[in-house]
Ligand binder design. Structure first.
Ligand SMILES: [Zn+2]
Length: 520
């Protein structure tokens, strides 16, 4: 049965280039998983885009003396170039700075309001008397009130990972000019997590049996915290999506609130581009559809708690407001296989200190396959991993080239040389031939099982193990000796080896693969 699989990939902030830690954290696992689901014959939609709004982009614009629009366009172009060079198979990579995304986000906001999931509250916020403006959380730095780290950001501490309440920071300072801010009152909309808590808890419990333990532990811990209160979804900022309420000019939807809506709005945009504007319903209204969110661990709360909360809260009003439909609920995340971090030679990757292997820089010197291989073999699925250049060389040379590349090369070259590019007709299969074919075919179960459960490293190692088995078979049969005394025996060996590469092999496929000149 064909299933509808939505592959939702993390939205990179359009304020910095992408490094190998980002690639192995979310973009590459999403692509591997999507390719597998397509091979299985499922209907797969892969969406993502640049996160164009919020203070990460405005802070960078100030630093580079550009407008936020110029900053977003510059980094967005770099993302597209990298993803194409790396062979990532997005169905749509858009951005949050589209008319469509504004409309979908504002519809979600209004649906939440209709359903009574929003409230307004006056709150204290840091204000810069020197600049006569409110300072969003990212414009504030200070000492973390949980761990004492002196360079904590207003919204999150990079040392202990805690989400912070900026007003509680110790010794706050403005990131713009270092001046001391003061607290003033401002009014904002809040998403009512107290009210949504039971439904979100239910959502998590239904997924308890198959989510990664770290994702589950962190999400359950946060949702069960004694008094889960609301979270502001608007802010005093002019770069972003306007709050769709009379009298709220000059305020925007908070970027954490609207960026996750991008998975939905990108699906809508994809359907429009492909001339069937309702096609996105198959992934968002069909309750049998499965959606996977590929993200890094710093984004777990946004995808395992906040986004499900938005979807549950917007509920049926969204369809009504957005396209006049009654009834359908929006599909909730099926899995959030968040990855841990990759470090670089023992130290945390840091863009600002330029301690990183940048994706485009790497691809200016090496092919994408060694990168994809190394990042999959070292994927931080259950714990932090480390990029090590010597390990990169060893794995590439000893595994990818020696095991897989060598196998493919010697079998195809041999078949080409002795059978003129045809798959040779085998004699009766001998016990060793049958045994290796059974071993390889069992890989559909073992490799497929790992891929299905998003254990991509295990799937890769199993595939390489099977390739080693075929290498052993080939060394024992030694067709380069067989051919001298019994060409039929060599034909059986090469046929078997080719079938081990391409189970379900039909001669025409392999003829195409080994032909050196294109037909015609
Ligand atoms: Zn801290």
């Amino acid at each position: 049965m064909t299933e509808n699989i939505l592959v939702s990939v993390a939205w990179p902030y359009a304020n910095s280039a992408i490094h190998v830690g980002n690639i192995t954290g979310s973009y590459l696992p999403a692509d591997i998983f999507a390719r597998y689901q397509r091979l299985k014959g499922n209907r797969v939609l892969v969406v993502s885009g640049s996160d164009a709004h919020g203070t990460p982009v405005t802070v960078r614009a100030d630093a580079e003396e550009l407008t936020p629009l110029q900053v977003y366009q510059k980094y967005h172009a770099g993302f597209l170039e990298l993803f194409q060079k790396l062979g990532l198979t997005y169905d749509l990579f858009t951005s949050t700075h589209t008319e469509n995304h504004f409309k979908v986000s504002q519809s979600i906001f209004l649906a939440l309001e209709k359903n009574g999931c929003l409230y307004t509250e006056r709150q204290l916020q840091w204000y810069s008397p020197a600049q006569s403006r409110f300072l969003p959380d990212r414009y504030i730095e200070g000492t973390c009130y949980i761990c004492g780290y002196t360079n904590a950001r207003g919204d999150q501490c990079d040392q202990c990972g805690s989400l912070l309440d900026a007003t509680l920071l110790i010794e706050p300072r403005s990131k713009i000019d270092g001046s001391k801010p003061e607290l003033r009152e401002t009014e904002h909309f809040f998403l009512d997590f107290g009210r949504l808590q039971p439904a979100i808890l239910d959502f998590l419990r239904q997924r308890e049996s198959y989510w990664r333990p770290n994702v589950l532990r962190q999400s359950l811990g946060q949702i069960q915290a004694e008094d889960l209160h609301g979270r502001a979804i608007t802010r005093d900022l002019d770069w972003g999506i306007p709050v769709p309420v009379e009298g709220w000019q000059g305020k925007c939807l908070y970027v954490w609130f609207e960026a996750v809506i991008g998975y939905l709005s990108a699906s809508v945009e994809w359907a429009q581009i492909h001339g069937s504007p309702e096609a996105w319903h198959d992934w968002w209204y069909d309750q049998g559809a499965r959606s996977y969110y590929f993200i890094g661990k710093d984004n777990i709360p946004f995808h395992a708690i906040f986004w499900p909360g938005e979807l549950i809260g917007a509920g049926e009003w969204f369809a009504h407001l957005f396209e006049g439909l009654d009834g359908p609920r929006l599909v909730l995340p099926y899995d959030v296989p968040a990855n841990e971090f990759m470090n670089l030679e023992g130290q945390k990757i840091s863009g600002s200190r330029n301690w990183a292997v940048w994706g485009l820089d790497f691809l200016s010197r090496y092919d994408p396959d060694p990168l994809r291989y190394y990042l999959t073999a070292n994927m931080p699925e259950s714990k932090d991993t480390d990029w090590d250049w010597q390990d990169f060389l060893n794995r590439n040379n000893n595994e990818l080239v020696a095991t897989w590349g060598n196998l493919a090369n010697r079998v195809l070259a041999f078949a080409y040389r002795h059978w003129e590019g045809q798959v040779p007709l085998p004699g009766e299969l001998r016990p060793a031939d049958q045994a290796i074919l059974e071993t390889v075919e069992s890989g559909f179960q073992s490799v497929g099982g790992h891929l299905e459960a998003v254990r991509l490293r295990a799937a890769l190692f199993e595939a390489i193990r099977l390739a080693s088995e075929v290498n052993k078979y080939l060394d024992q049969a030694a067709p380069w000796f067989e051919i001298k005394r019994d060409k039929n025996a060599a034909a059986t060996t090469i046929y078997t080896s080719l079938r081990a590469h391409l189970p379900g092999l039909r001669p025409a496929i392999v003829r195409g693969a080994v032909r050196r000149n294109p037909p015609g």
